[in-house]
Design a protein around this ligand. Structure first.
Ligand code: FE
Length: 281
């Protein structure tokens, strides 16, 4: 069943390159796998790429008179659009944080900007890497039928992937709602360009799903003890913070701790996924 009943009328964004179309006058199909040898259209040519003056091979009806018969690619397109919407909110939210609160914090890397990289579904949940001037995190968002709005910020959860198990921290934001984040890098001083950070983020998303790394990377205990050190540092920082104003910056420091533990001093990296990555670039 196609997503729309009327004629296609140039609604190019609604059909995928795999769409099989049919003439609504004579029901002759156009299948991109076959092309149209009456007009030298090669197999593999999507309907959208047919010339504007292409006509029905049987009745000469114009291209606009074709309807979607079957579109195996449209679900994937819809899903990609949905993930795109969610990651857009994530990027807008953290870009807002960047401009409003983080710009003047010394540890930020002003060469970088907020960007969502390689988001895809993992067990139904959008998962990818979020780059910002002050952290790089694996970020997991809820599946379409899940409500994570009640997640408790700072709560830990170990999540398994083919390459091993990683500790995620729960958090919520106004625009994004609930999400789970696993710190990869923080702070981000060692990245020289945005492109380098993106390259590392993409490599992380590949390494995450490689089973052959499981043994060497299954370091849950290490992660836990690192995290405990970070939390101890965080607690100390919390107490210092009491003396700051209760306003925006201190709130941001809170968020940052939950995110990456930057106040622990050492650049912390989730070695499991990121060892050597930023040095190679
Ligand atoms: Fe026709």
């Amino acid at each position: 069943m196609s997503g729309f009943e009327g004629s296609f009328l140039g609604a190019n964004d609604k059909i995928s390159p795999q769409a099989i179309m049919e003439c609504k006058i004579c029901w002759t199909p156009y299948d991109p796998n076959e092309g149209d040898d009456t007009r030298q259209v090669l197999p593999g040519t999507p309907f959208l790429d047919l010339p504007d003056d292409w006509k029905c091979p049987n009745c000469d009806a114009p291209k606009e008179q074709f309807l979607v018969a079957e579109d195996p690619g449209s679900d994937a397109m819809r899903d990609a659009a949905m993930i795109g919407e969610k990651t857009k909110a994530l990027v807008e939210d953290f870009t807002e944080v960047w401009h409003a609160k983080m710009r003047d914090v010394p540890m930020v890397n002003k060469v970088l900007h907020v960007q969502a990289v390689a988001f895809q579904r993992y067990e139904g949940r959008p998962l990818g890497v979020l780059i910002s001037p002050w952290f790089m995190n694996l970020v997991m968002l809820p599946a379409d039928d899940e409500d994570w709005s009640k997640l408790v910020a700072g709560e830990k959860e170990t999540i398994g992937f083919p390459s091993g198990e990683y500790e995620f921290i729960h958090n919520t934001r106004e625009m994004v709602g609930g999400y789970k984040a696993c710190s990869l890098f923080s702070p981000m001083g060692e990245f020289k360009t945005q492109a380098q950070a993106v390259e590392v983020a993409e490599a992380v998303m590949v390494a995450l799903f490689q089973e052959e790394h499981r043994e060497e990377t299954d370091r849950r205990e290490d992660i836990r003890s690192n995290r405990e050190e970070e939390l101890a540092a965080l607690e100390a920082a919390e107490q210092d913070k009491e003396h700051l104003d209760e306003g925006e910056l201190s709130e941001e420091i809170n968020d940052e701790d939950a995110e990456g533990g930057a106040l622990a001093g050492e650049p912390s990296r989730r070695t499991v996924l990121t060892v050597g990555l930023s040095d190679d670039g």
